[in-house]
Design a protein around this ligand. Structure first.
Ligand code: SF4
Ligand code: SF4
Length: 277
């Protein structure tokens, strides 16, 4: 769970430790079915979903992305970046439970649980966009979220932040989502006067969260006739949704920030590169 995503009430109770952590920072923590607080952290929280989370969760639930969004998510505008995000739609019960939690069993989609749930009790932050970054030179940091009800901190298992990330399988997820984060950090770093149009924000939403709609847009509209996308790339994105997602991030980056990607040069003077709907 990202601290930015907590509800007002739980945010007030959660203690965000002020220290910025690195991959080598150490902490003690273990979560298991035997803790008295089991599943407490799956109630009354707003969990932001990444594009890759949606891709895997909709596969697990055998839904297309449009239906998944309609049933399980709530849209929001991320104020600082002025870009849309989605959170899990909580149940209308007393404890505002996550729809995927069961009291005794825990998370019913554990293998495909969202990135934020995997990181917990860590949160991830990014300072700012500071130009093209290379491996090991990312402008990101980690922090600890200590909630009074969480007994996991009383356990003896010790981790570095890097070991925790690997154990929870967030490395791969962060790699896939890198283009999405890059778009948000770049946008956040722009002067407030440089606004995206509503159509551009809708395009961002479609690419990042509604992968099945984006796929139809790419393969069932004039999209591919407008650009110089290499044939092997077209074959890749047709068969692999992760590659399609990453292609979508590249297209958005080129469209929003004019990065000059050769494959997105229009084929003719009338090529329209802005309509994702
Ligand atoms: S130990 Fe913490 S993370 Fe685990 S169930 Fe309890 S509140 Fe949730
Ligand atoms: S998705 Fe799973 S781990 Fe995350 S809050 Fe819901 S039940 Fe808990």
């Amino acid at each position: 769970m990202n601290a930015e995503n907590k509800t007002d009430e739980t945010q007030a109770q959660a203690e965000i430790l002020p220290e910025q952590l690195s991959l080598k920072s150490r902490f003690k923590f273990k979560c298991h079915k035997g803790v008295s607080c089991f599943t407490e952290c799956c109630r009354g929280i707003d969990i932001m979903l990444t594009p890759y989370d949606i891709l895997t969760m909709r596969e697990k639930l055998d839904l297309d992305s449009e239906k998944f969004l309609a049933i399980f998510t709530t849209p929001h505008l991320l104020e600082k970046a002025d870009l849309p995000v989605v959170t899990i739609k909580l149940l209308d019960d007393e404890r505002r439970s996550c729809p995927f939690v069961q009291d005794k069993e825990g998370c019913m989609i554990y293998e495909d649980r969202p990135t934020t749930c995997r990181y917990y009790p860590l949160g991830v932050g990014s300072l700012s966009y500071s130009g093209e970054q290379t491996d090991g030179d990312k402008d990101e940091f980690f922090f600890m979220i200590k909630e009074p009800h969480c007994k996991g901190f009383d356990e003896e298992d010790e981790w570095t932040v890097g070991e925790w990330r690997e154990d929870q399988g967030v490395d791969l997820r962060d790699e896939v989502n890198e283009g999405w984060l890059d778009l948000m950090v770049r946008k956040k770093s722009l002067p407030a006067s440089m606004q995206l149009s509503e159509q551009a924000k809708q395009m961002f939403f479609t690419v990042c969260y509604n992968i099945d709609k984006f796929k139809r847009f790419v393969f069932e509209s004039s999209f591919l006739t407008r650009y110089n996308i290499p044939e092997e790339r077209v074959a890749q994105i047709k068969d692999d949704d992760v590659k399609l997602l990453q292609f979508g991030f590249e297209w958005l980056k080129n469209t929003f920030f004019q990065t000059g990607e050769e494959m997105f040069n229009p084929k003719d003077e009338n090529g329209d590169t802005t309509a994702a709907e």
